[in-house]
Write a protein that binds this ligand. Structure first.
Ligand code: HEM
Length: 137
């Protein structure tokens, strides 16, 4: 099938169950015939109808079989215009979220240590004051 170049605006017009296009990785797919067959249900496809579904598609971790089906549904390539929304895929080499959250955990650990250290110092100080008071009495 000959592929065409469409803009986001063109794709956005195909947003109903009877006429449904999706953008995944800058490729355009006509999923109209596939909606009823989708093992994940029609609802999720209708949610992203006429839009960039890259993130939704990748989040599910679709199988190679799903990707083969996808290849058969391709009708064109996305033509980007200035001002279009950015592609929703993470840039290659981007820091995975797990690495971010673990460094946040480290930050919290240090913070907790400082707090505990402060509390220990405070009670030690109180204790010494008491001891001194007992001696002078
Ligand atoms: C044209 C695009 C798509 C194709 C060809 C496709 C194909 C498939 C296939 C073949 C499966 C079965 C499991 C597998 O082989 O991975 C599946 C499952 C699933 N798909 Fe898609 N999918 C598409 C788009 C989407 C989108 C945009 C979403 C949005 C969230 C989605 C959500 C799901 C979910 C949640 C399942 C799991 C269903 C379950 O295990 O019960 N899919 N899809």
């Amino acid at each position: 099938m000959a592929t065409k170049e469409l803009t986001y605006q063109d794709v956005a017009e195909h947003n109903t169950k009877k006429d449904l296009y999706l953008v995944i990785h800058d490729q355009i797919y006509d999923v109209t015939k596939f909606v009823d067959e989708h093992p994940g249900g029609e609802e999720v496809l209708l949610d992203v109808a006429g839009q960039d579904a890259t993130e939704a598609f990748e989040d599910v971790g679709h199988s190679d079989e799903a990707r083969e089906t996808l290849a058969k549904l391709k009708v064109g390539t996305l033509k980007r215009n200035p001002g279009d929304p950015k592609p929703k895929t993470p840039a290659p080499g981007a820091v995975p979220p797990a690495a971010n959250s673990s460094s946040a955990g480290f930050g919290f650990g240090v913070y907790a240590l400082v707090l505990i250290g402060g509390a220990v110092a405070y009670f030690a100080y109180q204790y010494l004051q008491q001891q001194q008071g007992a001696q002078s009495a």
